[in-house]
Write a protein of this length. Structure first.
Length: 182
C-alpha cells in the first residue's frame, strides 16, 4: 500500500512541477507590455546580431549590428526590412512574426500545449499554425522567452536567441513607425 501511495504521490508531484512551470511562463508573459533584448539570429548558418524591442500586440523594432544599417520594423500590420541598399515591405500576416508578436495567441497556445524539457534548463512549446511551424523556448528558471525557431518566408530555418532581456521599459513614441524607402 505504501508503494502505491508513493507512486501516486510522485506522479502528482511531477505533474504539479510541470504545471507550475507552465503557469509561471503564462503569468510572466501576461505581465509583459514590452521587452527589449539583444539577439543572435541564425538563418541557414548566416549569423546576425543586434537589439530588438517588442511591444505587444504585434510591434517590433530591431537594429542589426551591421555596417549596412539593417533594421526590421513592424507597426502591427506591416513588416519592413530596410538596409542602405534594399527595402522589403511585407504584410505581417504572411510571416511567422505575426504569431510570435501576438501575446494573446501565444498565451492560448501555451495553455493548450505540452511542454518539452530540454537539458533541464529550457522549456519548449511547438505548434503549427497557418502552415507556420514555430518553436518557442523559455528559460526554466526565469520563465523568460529566450528564443524561437521558424521557417521564414523564403523557406529558410531561422533561429533567434534572446539575451539581456528587460521588461516593460519606457519606449520612444514613434519607435514602430515604418521607415520610408530610400
Amino acid at each position: 500500500m505504501k508503494k502505491i501511495f508513493l507512486i501516486i504521490f510522485f506522479i502528482v508531484s511531477v505533474n504539479n512541477v510541470s504545471a507550475s512551470i507552465k503557469d509561471n511562463i503564462i503569468n510572466k508573459l501576461k505581465d509583459i507590455e514590452n521587452i527589449s533584448f539583444k539577439f543572435e539570429q541564425n538563418i541557414n548558418g548566416k549569423i546576425e546580431n543586434g537589439n530588438c524591442i517588442i511591444e505587444y500586440p504585434k510591434k517590433i523594432f530591431c537594429k542589426y549590428d551591421l555596417s549596412n544599417q539593417k533594421i526590421l520594423v513592424s507597426n502591427g500590420k506591416s513588416l519592413v526590412i530596410k538596409t542602405l541598399s534594399s527595402y522589403y515591405h511585407y504584410s505581417l500576416k504572411k510571416t511567422p512574426l505575426n504569431l510570435i508578436l501576438n501575446k494573446n495567441f501565444l498565451l492560448e497556445k501555451i495553455s493548450n500545449l505540452e511542454e518539452r524539457n530540454i537539458n533541464d534548463q529550457f522549456v519548449n512549446y511547438n505548434f503549427i499554425e497557418n502552415e507556420n511551424e514555430i518553436n518557442l523556448f523559455f528559460d526554466k528558471n526565469t520563465f523568460n522567452l529566450i528564443g524561437w525557431q521558424t521557417i521564414d518566408i523564403y523557406q529558410n530555418i531561422s533561429i533567434t536567441y534572446l539575451s539581456s532581456i528587460k521588461r516593460n521599459q519606457k519606449l520612444k513614441e514613434n519607435l514602430f513607425t515604418l521607415p520610408q524607402q530610400n
